[in-house]
Ligand binder design. Sequence first.
Ligand SMILES: [Zn+2]
Length: 431
Amino acid sequence: MRYCARCLYPANAKPTIIFDEEGVCSGCRYHESRSKQLDINWEERADLFEEILEEAKQMAKQRGNSHDCIVPVSGGKDSHYQVWLLKEKYGMNPLLVTFNHAYNTPAGNRNLYNLIEKSGCDFVRYTAGIDSVRRISRYMLETVGDLTWHYHAGIKTYPFQVAVERNIPLIVWGEHGFAELTGIVSLEDFVEFTRWTRKEHDMRGYEPHDLVGKGGITVQDIAPYIYPSDEDIAKVDVRGIYLSNFVYWDATRQAEHMMKTWDFAPITYERERSFNLHSKIEDHANDVHDYLKYLKFGYGRATDDASMEIRHGRMTREEGMAMVKRYDDREPSTLQTYCDFLDITKQKFSDWIEPMCDESLWQKNADGLWQPQDAVYRHEIGELEERARVTPSKERTLSDANRRMYYNPVNPPLKSGDRALDQPSISFKVV
Ligand SMILES: [Zn+2]
């Protein structure tokens, strides 16, 4: 397997990355383009952003609508930051909208309630029924190896349903995640949220109607995932924009800021699949979801998180590889929870996933067990990797200052006294 000379992504990373002649991936180059203030005029972008917000305020006013925008929130660090920025810095009156996918961690619920209280904003939460969640998760796991399809479909659809219903002209998303990870689009593109990006990026090419009749899925089950019609969208003139196109995005700085100002709280125990203590901690199925990625493509969350730290210069390639070695191949203890919930055995789980595994990486050994044929840490650091290194930042990922943000076994975070943050939970909370 070929790996990026700078970060730790393999050539088979999804969505697709490409390597340049220096062996550096498109995600790393995209990250670089973000930090070059010379290339990107952030002041100009802030002005543009303000214009869009002003327009939304005017439209809401004309409609006699008290909410000028919608912020889709999960309760995570990004939601905290988005709401804080819009409300405190730009004087917007956002309606917070949550699609509750039912796979909640105690820490996630704690942070969502915290956001509602601290922001003082109005809040709407749609909870998908657990039976429909089970049917959809099970079918999509078997078909595309994804038990969280309903998350992405719901989170990317329900806010539009609310916008249409309540005549709200603007939806403000956080980060354009795919761009940040792999550089598939450039900052110059000013991508907006469209029906197409939703289907291709968030819903694995499936529209909800494709699912009806499969695995017992009913028309009622898919209702929260049906995107409003073009006519309805046009009538409300709703626009979906990404904040990361307008403000310089540094997720770690933003999380720290929200910990200080609004008491967003990271967890304090070591997770099974990453050293990161503050990102995606609300998503209980994430460990299994991420393990699926490892089973299919041979890399997981630790690769994602370490690559990001390497791009910021806060981690060396060597430190990153140690993280990948520690976490990427660990089977999460919640795997059994989800197999029980979906009423399948672990064997069935493996049988379903086997045909989806990348054969350039996975091969069966003499005992019939699947073995990964490569890993980034098996590769020596050569001339190409040395040349691709970024200038180290003074700040280090595993430093004392970052104790609450990243798990360092030598210097673990202090307990908070709140069980939701201090103890892992094997079972999820529907509401
Ligand atoms: Zn890279």
